[in-house]
Structures are given as structure tokens and as C-alpha cells.
Design a protein around this ligand. Sequence first.
Ligand code: XMP
Length: 525
Amino acid sequence: MENETSSMEKKLSDEKVIVIDFGGQYNQLVARRVRECNVYCEIYSYKTDIERIKEMAPKGIILTGGPNSCYEKDAPSYSKELFELGIPVLGLCYGAQLMMLVLGGKVEKAPVREYGKTQVHVDSTSPLFADVAESTICWMSHFDYISKTASDFCVTAHTADCPVAAAECPDKKLYAIQFHPEVLHTVEGTKMIHNFVRGVCGCTGSWRMDSFVEESVKQIRERVGDGKVLLALSGGVDSSVAAGLLSRAIGKQLTCVFVDHGLLRKDEGDEVEAVFGANGDFDLNFIRVNAQERYYAKLADVTEPERKRKIIGEEFIRVFEEEAKKIGAVDFLAQGTIYPDVVESGLGGESAVIKSHHNVGGLPDYVDFKEIIEPLRDLFKDEVRRAGLELGIPERLVFRQPFPGPGLGIRIIGEVTAEKVRIVQDADAIYREEIAKAGLDRSIGQYFAALTNMRSVGVMGDERTYDYAVALRAVNTVDFMTAECAEIPFAVLQTVMSRIINEVRGVNRVVYDLTSKPPGTIEFE
Ligand code: XMP
């Protein structure tokens, strides 16, 4: 079996900028910003061999920040040769300091540490700062500073505490910036990155989603030939877009198996079927497995969260395996792996494994297939969404918020029953409807209703009730590792509360969860 993508993977764009990762927390952001300039970009570890970089012939190289001090023994480094290839290099923060040190400048602990939004004075005659205001707010985060630039470099920016906030050697196309243009707090950061990749590197900006779709379709056809492809379609953004792309490329050679485990949001199963099923918009074989009863039977009396997750995961494998067996051997198993999964799993370059992602790390061994195909492997989430729109997938699927694999199973505290699923589905549907009506659906990171395991006394009409409490959750988050409770206007919450109490049988109380992450997690189990 051939792992990863082969010929499919590369050649998506002739113009490539590479980001060399020194362990900075913003490495993916740098690549995303470059792609926002319509320039294709990939991330590689600082351990990547210079010969490999030469082979790739990038139009530009960006060195990221990192947590180390570049003058310390064993700190991540790169050979001087990188700066002598004639390829433009932009060093950011650690990358800037490293560039100076390697080329003969001096880096040391700064007398004043800079952190946060900082006023920076730039020389707008520098190509990097073309059209940038002479005094501009930038995001600083450094203990060390460049105390002496390498020879041939001139200083092009400074702050009150940092004499070399940027320096450059235009003849050699080398640029160093102490701050972080990739972070949105740097007000004109995108412009600076644009100036580098489109101006200094001379990229024309050919990386666009319409050409990605076109090129991918061609490559998929070449690779798959007349082979058969099997995809587990969850209805989530990534697998839906993968299905759309594969269907465009190979039509009925693709079979999608959609397992409805009865833990989806209200009407979600039907929505997925409406798009991908026989009367839908795509040419493919669609198999919907209604496995609700099976799941509820397995989950009866189970209350322990990890056990619930395990059962849901294992049952999925079983159902999928049964369907795969009916189909027989396939040539390719398709997966909706996306670029952050690849980077985080350490497969993008040689960087350390941050977390092994279920899509990338372990390949299923329960389906008879020869190769894996991952058509979205090079895309960031926002690009996956744009590709989805390009493919004609409806917006409500493309802009769907994250939904966990175990579904409502981990939003129902305690035992899962069909009745509880109905309650949480109805409450959640009302919540989503009102959030959308208030125009907040694209601005809140993730929001949903959950069913607590708490029943309490209430009064409705003149009658005593003893019913469940629904918890509403809404968080804003950048990376889902940390999150803050979202500030939903009180009037919206009140409307949601009143509609849930009135319209959802079995609920007499609605609470709003204020907990951030940490200490809470986003989901309840
Ligand atoms: P937590 O609850 O860990 O959630 O703060 C962080 C993000 O991950 C999603 N999540 C999952 N996604 N399978 C998934 O595909 C899972 O088992 C799973 N558990 C949590 C959650 O919705 C949130 O976006």
C-alpha cells in the first residue's frame, strides 16, 4: 500500500514559497497569510536538508519565530548557504535574529523585553514596507534583540526599545523583521507579507481555488484511472468537500458511505442525503446506513464518557466494515485529511509531532484497499471551504461549525436514549435558528445545546414539572485548545430560553455555560 499522496501531492502550483519552521507558535499562520496572497506555501522543519530546498526551487523562503535563543548551543539553526541561494529570504522574530547571527551580526538578551502591540517606525522606501504607514502598530514578542546587524544590512524599522525592528540587504534579497506580521494585531502585517511574496519574490498569485479544483480533478483522474474509491462521509466540512471533489473527478467510481448513528443534529442526516444522495447534486454512489437503533442499543445504560466515546467509535468501524465488505475490494480509500492535520502530525516536514491526528496517524486496516487518497491534504480549513463553494456544495454544509465525531453522544451527559437525543436536537435547532436570526452564526466559534443530566422542579401553567435542564454553550476560540465564553446578547439568550421551554417537551430549565477552556472543555464529555 502506498501511504500519503504520491504524484497527486505536489505540482499544485508552480510558484511556491516555503516556511521554515523553528518551532514558533504562529508557523501555520505564516503559511495561511502567504496563501491569502494567492501564493502556494508549505511548511518544513528547520532540519530539512538544503538539497531538498534547492530541488523545490521556491520563489521565496520565510523563517518563522521560535522559543529559543539563537546564540545558545544546540539552538535550531540553518546553514549560511540558505542565504546564498539567490532566493529571497524573510526572517521573522527568531528567524530574523538567526539570519543576522549566521551572517555575522550580533544577537543578545534585550535590555527591555517587548511583548504585545507596539508602535513601530518603518522606512517606507523599503520594498517590504511599501504603502505601510511610517508609524504602525505591530505585534512584538521577544526577549532577545539584534544588537548589531550583519554587514551590508541597513536598518529599516525601529521602536522606542528596539533599535533593529527590521533590517534588510536588498541586493541579496534578505529581509529580517523582529515583529510578527502574520499576527492580525500587526495592523499592516498582511500588506508586508504581500509585499514580500508578490513584490520581492515576484510571485504572480496563481494559487486560487478554481485552479486548485481544476488541477486536482486532473490529478485524481490520472491517479485513479478506472479504479474504485471508497469514502466515509460524515457530513462534516472536510469529508463533504472531499466527496464533492472526487465526484467531480471520477463520478460513479466513488462510493460514499454515510453512517447515520442517530447522534447527528436535527435533520442533519436528511440534509447530507439531500446533497449527496440519489436526488442530490453530485454524481456518486451514496449509501446511507441508518444505524440509530444499533447505536442506542449499544449505548443503553452506559454513562461513563470515555466508554461512550469508545462504543460510538467502535460501532462506526463495524458498520463501515460491513458496508465495505458488501462493496468488496476497492483500489483507494479516500480521507478528508487537511493540511493542519498533516503539519500537526509531523508529516509535513520533520517537525516534532504535536498531536497525532486520527485521520493521518492510523490507517484503517478493516477495509480492503490498496492506496490512500487525500485530495485536501494541501489545504487549510478556509481553503477547504472555498473549494467546497467552488464545487457547488451548499453554504450550510461548507460553513458548518465543528461537530465532534461522537456527535450528540458527548452532548448528552449520562445515558444516551432516543428521547434525550430528541430533546437535545430540538433545543439545539432552536438555538442555532435564533443565533442565525441575530446574525451571529458566522462570528461565534462554536455553539450548541447540551442536555445536562439534571432534572429539577419547575412550574408550567399551574402544574408542577420535574424535567431536564438544557445547557447552552457558545465559545470563541482560535485553535480550539483554549476558548472563551462568547458574549451573546441577553435578549437573544432569553428568546432561546423561552422558545426551548415552550417548544421542547421534557425541558423546564435553560442555563448558559460561562466556563472558559481551560478549565472546562468545549464539549461536555
Ligand atoms: P474539547 O471538548 O476537547 O473540544 O474542548 C475541542 C474541539 O474538538 C471537538 N471535539 C471532537 N472532534 N472528535 C472530533 O472530531 C471528537 O471525539 C471530538 N471531541 C471534541 C469539539 O467539538 C471542539 O471543536
